[in-house]
Design a protein around this ligand. Structure first.
Ligand code: ZN
Length: 296
């Protein structure tokens, strides 16, 4: 196939990251626009791509969103606290304006795809990608396919058992669940519990890291048991700027308590890992998704 210029759009809750590049993951150019209202934001995004004559576009959108092509709401943002975006037809509006083949998935599913296509999950068909930042999200690939079912996995909101030492209070930082992973370890939970501090400021605080790693380890055990991944890749600010992944992998092994014996778990340092693409796994995954859309 000719080396055609592809578009990549990471549509996040706070900013839109646009890029052009190629199917081999090479990024040519990037731009960022703040996520305000659909009218304002999408006009900037569409204009940027229109000036660059892309052959196809890969979109990784914030959720919840409908990623199953058989859904009547395919490509729409669904119920979201960002009310201006509720039921916005993200995919349809971009397809109409740009008139090129578009691939559509969640921001975390495309990050999973990025690690699979170009990063530390190459050659593996069963992968969990977890991001721990302002929220917690999981992209999941099973049998070489990203999961599109009723919706997409929302594995950031699984329940965990409260640590008795936790001082966060009765309510977590998740408005829906008082004991979910996101509500106890994402950025807002860290700020709520530790007087407005960011996770990176607590990286040298053993008690704080121990608490966060304990919750993460519970979730990792659940993902290992339910998805049988061949590797778990973790990104996002809380994971990138603290030792929490290294601590959590040890604790996950303790929780599993020898129940599973596999070569992967015997080499747990290579099994549960930090992301390998320096924060570019999402946008590179969008390029991979755009290449898929072009090939179809
Ligand atoms: Zn929750």
């Amino acid at each position: 196939m000719e080396k055609q210029l592809l578009g990549a759009l990471e549509a996040g809750g706070t900013k839109m990251v646009c890029a052009t590049g190629y199917a081999d993951g090479t990024i040519v150019e990037t731009a960022e626009f703040p996520t305000t209202t659909p009218e304002e934001t999408m006009a900037l995004v569409v204009d940027w791509f229109k000036q660059r004559s892309i052959a196809a576009l890969g979109i990784g959108a914030f959720g919840p969103t409908a990623v199953n092509p058989s859904s009547p709401h395919y490509g729409h943002i669904l119920e979201t606290p960002k009310t201006a975006w509720r039921f916005f037809d993200m995919l349809g509006s971009l397809q109409n304006e740009l008139n090129v083949p578009c691939g559509y998935d969640t921001d975390v599913n495309v990050a999973c795809l990025g690690e699979h296509a170009f990063g530390c999950a190459q050659g593996l068909d069963n992968v969990v990608y977890l991001t721990i930042g302002t929220g917690v999200g999981a992209g999941v690939m099973v049998g070489g396919q990203l999961i599109h079912g009723m919706l997409h996995p929302e594995a950031g909101h699984i329940l965990v058992v409260r640590d008795p030492a936790d001082t966060i209070g009765d309510d977590s930082a998740c408005p829906y669940h008082s004991n979910c992973l996101e509500g106890l370890i994402a950025g807002p939970a860290v700020k709520k519990r530790w007087g407005g501090k960011r996770a990176s400021e607590l990286a040298e605080d053993p008690a704080a890291m121990d608490l966060l790693a304990g919750y993460l380890a519970q979730a990792l055990m659940t993902y290992i048991l339910c998805y049988a991944p061949q590797r778990i890749v973790i990104g996002g600010g809380v994971a990138d700027h603290t030792p929490v992944v290294a601590l959590a992998r040890k604790k996950a092994a303790e929780l599993l308590n020898g129940y599973l014996v596999t070569p992967e778990l015997e080499d747990i340092d290579s099994y549960i890992v930090n992301n390998s693409l320096e924060g570019k796994q999402g946008i590179m995954g969008c390029l991979a998704l755009g290449a898929q859309a072009l090939a179809q």
